[in-house]
Design a protein around this ligand. Structure first.
Ligand SMILES: NC(=O)c1ccc[n+]([C@@H]2O[C@H](COP(=O)([O-])OP(=O)(O)OC[C@H]3O[C@@H](n4cnc5c(N)ncnc54)[C@H](OP(=O)(O)O)[C@@H]3O)[C@@H](O)[C@H]2O)c1
Length: 260
């Protein structure tokens, strides 16, 4: 299927590895010029060269912490008028409600709520003026079904979800489309860190902890960054203009529900 976005320009935050990278690769495959992001420069340089050579698109990168004002400014300076914005950042640490004070809460809110809200707010005026735009937020299945040890994630991402629910409906009239993608367990470095944490807490091996995660997924496997990226690219496509303010769960059926 032709996604109809060849030649469009995208910022893909936190995209040197994992789910963000999956999104960047599929957008590049669709002919989208990219601005990549991550904190370490080397993987970005390698990925930018690789995607540029493979797909013939312009690929820039900004090595910066997207959860800081300076990082967000650097991204918007590199690509001031993106047609597509994929919001992403590292997830907050696991723990217990009693571990977290004001500083931990502010950090999680800055990273997983305010950063995507501020970047979206910065690019919306240009998208509205041009009459075309796509914003996809990588959130988490924890927004729909809380993961107790990820309270910082459950709460901060729910705040972002509330922002999207209202704002998506205010900008759709100009073909500016905002949606959230909710990953369940995917095979990335992030899931490995969480598996390690579970193994330590429960005194079991990493393999046992990983098997525990997989056995709770009807598809009996972890998701891949590639299939996640393909869904993201579709949401950024010309075909997704009537999908407004939705929370799309990619979890292999783990959330048990007849509907919604
Ligand atoms: N994988 C899953 O199963 C899963 C499930 C639910 C939710 N999620 C959420 O989805 C998001 C992506 O997860 P993932 O599995 O793709 O993680 P990942 O494999 O650990 O990759 C994280 C990527 O983000 C970059 N990054 C991290 N913090 C950053 C920051 N402050 N500024 C800029 N770049 C940053 C990393 O590069 P550098 O390290 O160089 O900065 C890397 O490219 C996370 O928020 C995660 O919590 C993941």
């Amino acid at each position: 299927m032709d996604l109809g976005i060849k030649g469009r320009r995208a910022i893909v935050c936190a995209s040197s590895r994992g789910l963000g990278r999956g999104c960047a690769e599929k957008l590049a495959e669709a002919g989208v010029h990219l601005t990549l992001n991550g904190r370490s420069e080397e993987p970005l340089r390698t990925l930018a060269r690789d995607l540029g050579e493979r797909y013939g698109v312009d690929v820039r990168y900004v090595a910066a912490d997207v959860t800081t004002e300076a990082g967000r400014e650097a991204l918007l300076t590199a690509e001031p008028d993106p047609d597509i914005l994929v919001n992403n950042a590292g997830g907050p640490p696991a723990g217990l409600w009693s571990d977290w004070g004001r500083a931990e809460w502010l950090k999680a809110i800055e990273a997983n709520m305010l950063t995507p809200i501020l970047l979206t707010s910065a690019v919306l005026p240009g998208m509205l003026e041009r009459g075309w735009g796509r914003v996809v937020n990588i959130t988490s299945a924890s927004v729909k079904s809380p993961i107790p040890q990820l309270g910082l994630s459950n709460a901060s991402r729910s705040g972002l979800t509330g922002f999207v629910a209202g704002t998506a409906r205010q900008v759709a009239y100009r073909n500016v489309i905002i949606n959230n993608l909710l990953p369940g367990p995917h095979a990335t470095d992030r899931i490995e860190a969480l598996v390690e944490n579970t193994a330590r807490q429960q005194g079991i091996s990493k393999t046992e902890a990983r098997d525990g995660v997989v056995s709770a997924i009807p598809a009996r496997r972890l998701g891949t960054a590639e299939e996640f990226g393909a869904t993201c690219a579709f949401l950024c496509s010309v075909h997704a203009g009537f999908i407004v303010g939705q929370n799309i769960l990619l979890d292999g059926g783990a959330f048990n529900s007849t509907m919604g």
